[in-house]
Ligand binder design. Structure first.
Ligand SMILES: NC(=O)C1=CN([C@@H]2O[C@H](COP(=O)(O)OP(=O)(O)OC[C@H]3O[C@@H](n4cnc5c(N)ncnc54)[C@H](O)[C@@H]3O)[C@@H](O)[C@H]2O)C=CC1
Ligand SMILES: O=C(O)CCC(=O)C(=O)O
Length: 452
């Protein structure tokens, strides 16, 4: 049940400490600003009670944005081990991570108060999205703020591989002068094969054509080719015709070991492989073998099946020492521009979800929003109800709200869960309590929040 404490007139977070909230009977109402069109700031709790944990050196733009809301924000530069994370996450309302923190079911089971997760990156494979949804925990990411950075890195790698620059650079640092042109090429006129023509793949396509490359791509869905690029019928066809193959698919069951011995053998002799997607997409022993045998002319690898949790930690891989092989520590999206944009984008999504219930942009959750409640609508509340997606739920909610004036309402579903937002006007603090109690006691309830 909710607490009846108040701080500065705002009702405090409920006694169980979760994001779910209801109004105490003695809630103070703001005075009306007659005729004003100002958006009402929904403050269902004392924001200083909201605890946010940010891991993996998340950009300062996010830290500042979240602190400006009054939330308690704790930051760490690295990912935490599972044991430490399980302890830390217990009383956290919101967590921000990048690609290394694994939010498995086991970790999420310990997260009793967690309402929302921010992935300050593109990939969300590190989170058990389905279990999070079952628990009513919304997950947000930044779908394209680092795409350009990855595409630019890949362009650089195409040139570096083609000129064996990694090896020449290493030799020079060892005092070895080795001026060679054998097997070094211009990239102009060469074929770039892009696997996964999404945000990164398509951006790369444009840049590569500007460098004079011929672009072909493979994707599981038919997509509009940009410029003069062309989609080919199969992965095998792409592997056979490309001088460079670059991978830009998400980590899924289908993409695990998508490039193994069979696929590498299909690639042209002397061609190059680039992987800046996820480490599990390539079978590393097979790649090491193809490089050492000279079947491939080189490779650039930014992502690995096992990556160290923090800078300075030991890295090992069968790819170490392979010829013309560029290894980078998962820096595809690591630019000032990308990290700053991601920090702003994801922190804003988290704030909107916590303060207003807005789930637009969530990757595992129905996307629902309502136009803002205005400041003058002083006795209005917003009901946010995450529930199981089964028949008859809306009838129950309609019964509960039957005596009230529902100004606006929207609901949507995704798989097994659904999310309803309803703005209800002219309710007394006692009625808020009653609505909260009845909705949260429905058998299909996952999370009920009342914002006002
Ligand atoms: N190295 C780094 O720092 C970074 C790595 N990434 C990785 O790159 C991946 C791709 O990023 P975006 O282009 O933004 O994703 P996206 O979702 O925009 O595009 C992915 C494309 O892959 C296609 N696809 C999915 N499964 C496929 C399959 N089995 N075969 C062929 N195509 C398939 C999809 O249809 C889609 O067009 C992310 O999921 C992330 O894992 C993203 C950003 C930075
Ligand atoms: O820079 C990061 O933290 C991860 C980048 C990445 O792999 C992603 O955005 O999916």
């Amino acid at each position: 049940m909710p607490s009846t404490n108040e701080t500065n007139g705002a009702p405090a977070v409920p006694a169980n400490g979760s994001l779910a909230s209801s109004a105490p009977a003695n809630v103070e109402r703001k005075g009306s600003i007659s005729g004003s069109n100002k958006v009402k700031l929904l403050k269902p709790f004392n924001t200083a009670n909201i605890k946010i944990l940010l891991l993996e050196n998340i950009n300062e733009t996010a830290v500042t944005g979240l602190r400006n809301q009054g939330y308690q924000v704790e930051t760490y530069a690295k990912a935490l081990s599972e044991d430490v994370l399980i302890e830390k996450i217990r009383d956290i309302h919101c967590i921000g991570i990048r690609s290394k923190t694994k939010l498995t079911r086991k970790v999420l089971e310990a997260a009793e108060k967690l309402g929302v997760i921010g992935c300050f990156c593109i990939g969300t494979n590190q989170v058990d999205l389905e279990y999070a949804a079952q628990r009513g925990i919304a997950v947000f990411n930044s779908p394209f703020s680092n795409s350009r950075s990855v595409a630019e890195l890949v362009i650089a790698e195409i040139v570096l591989l083609s000129r064996q620059l990694g090896d020449r650079n290493q030799e020079m640092h060892q005092g070895i002068w080795s001026k060679v042109s054998a097997n070094c090429y211009e990239i102009r006129g060469k074929t770039l094969g892009i696997v996964g023509y999404g945000h990164i793949g398509s951006q790369l396509s444009v840049l590569a054509e500007a460098m004079g490359m011929r672009v072909r791509f493979h994707d599981v869905v038919p997509l509009m080719p940009l410029g003069t690029s062309k989609q080919v019928d199969s992965l095998n066809e792409l592997l056979e015709i490309s001088d460079f193959v670059t991978l830009h698919v998400p980590e899924t069951e289908e993409t695990k070991n998508m490039i193994g011995e069979h696929e590498l053998n299909r690639m042209k002799k002397g061609s190059f492989l680039i992987n800046a997607s996820r480490g599990t997409v390539v079978h590393i022993p097979a790649l090491a073998k193809a490089l050492r045998s000279g079947h491939l002319g080189g490779a650039a690898v930014d992502v690995f099946p096992k990556e160290p949790a923090a800078n300075g930690k030991f890295f090992e891989s069968e790819l170490i020492g392979c010829p013309n092989t560029l290894l980078t520590p998962h820096i595809g999206g690591s630019t000032e521009e990308a990290q700053s944009m991601i920090g702003i984008e994801v922190s804003q999504a988290l704030i909107k979800f916590i303060n207003n219930g807005t789930s637009i942009g969530a990757v595992n959750f129905p996307e629902v929003d309502l136009r803002a409640i205005r400041d003058e609508e002083e006795n209005s509340i917003r009901l946010c109800y995450t529930h199981q997606n089964v028949p008859g739920v809306l009838r129950q909610i309609t019964d509960i709200l039957a005596e009230h004036n529902v100004d606006k309402q929207f609901s949507d579903s995704k798989g097994k869960i659904a999310y309803l937002m309803a703005d209800i006007s002219d309710v007394t603090p006692e009625q808020i309590q009653e609505i909260y109690r009845r909705v949260s006691e429905t058998p299909t309830n996952i999370v009920t929040r009342v914002l006002y």
